[in-house]
Design a protein around this ligand. Structure first.
Ligand code: DGL
Length: 265
């Protein structure tokens, strides 16, 4: 057993969708969450910058003595995971593979859409891994950069969100996809809006649950689950505004957890 916390990070509030799934799947685990709200979005930045920010967060997680880190950010996972795993001896889990698994389980027609940030789409990771796992699959990808600021602003179900979704999703929906993978952890907060625009014939795939299952499989395989009679502690840190964070926590987790603002060295 290993009673140290699990570290989870994202560029902002989006990773809370993964943290919520981890809390549900692994209810005895302690969690330290970091959201880089001062520097969000990562999706419009270069690979070098995304990796620099991700390394600073990894260093912080190491100082906090976490037992593993879940990169709850597709942008960081698709641009920096290889380098981070080479640099740090800590177990690190990314979110691309869980997304691929969830999408493959959902599709019947093998015609899928992937929406994500510009940097994730540019990396080509989703397309590459979907095609490697299922040759012949048709993958239509689209970067949706305005979705992240909408979510950070809390505009998840108004007319602006719906119009934006219609504009972004129009051409991939015309391809006749049966599944749409949410390749950014912010996007599940727009779930209702995206489902409405996509219509009932399209499965909206949120990889968060599969990401939590992958973490549980890893902890079981390595005998690292927390075993304790005391309730787990959750700690949330952000690099900027704490009030928006609290509002999103309420929305995603049903509890308005307080976050502490910190500066990364
Ligand atoms: N939530 C992040 C992701 O999963 C990125 C959002 C951003 O910072 O652009 O890709």
């Amino acid at each position: 057993m290993d009673n140290r916390p699990i570290g989870i990070f994202d560029s902002g509030v989006g990773g809370l969708t993964v943290a919520a799934a981890v809390m549900k799947k692994l209810p005895h685990e302690e969690i330290i969450y970091f959201g880089d709200t001062a520097r969000v979005p990562y999706g419009s930045k270069s690979k070098e910058t995304i990796t620099k920010f991700s390394r600073q967060i990894m260093d912080y997680m190491l100082r906090r003595n976490v037992k593993m880190v879940i990169i709850a950010c597709n942008t960081s996972s698709s641009n920096s995971y290889d380098l981070l795993t080479a640099m740090y001896r800590l177990p690190i889990q990314e979110v691309i593979m869980p997304g691929v698994r969830a999408c493959l389980a959902a599709t019947r027609s093998n015609k899928v859409g992937v929406i994500a940030t510009e940097a994730t789409i540019r990396s080509g990771e989703y397309e590459r891994r979907l095609r490697a796992a299922r040759p012949g699959i048709e993958v239509y990808s689209k970067a949706c950069p305005l979705f992240v600021p909408l979510v950070e602003e809390g505009w998840t179900s108004n007319q602006v969100a719906e119009l934006t979704a219609r504009e972004y999703l129009g051409d991939i929906l015309e391809r006749g996809i049966d599944s749409l993978l949410l390749g950014c952890t912010h996007y599940p907060l727009l779930y209702g809006c995206i489902q409405k625009v996509a219509g009932p014939g399209v499965n909206i795939v949120n990889p968060a649950e599969t990401a939590a299952e992958t973490a549980a499989e890893f902890l079981d395989a390595s005998g690292m689950r927390r075993v304790s009679a005391s309730a787990p502690q959750y700690a949330f840190y952000v690099s900027d505004d704490t009030s928006k964070f609290k509002r999103t926590c309420q929305l995603v987790m049903g509890t308005p957890y307080n976050a502490v603002k910190i500066e990364l060295a």
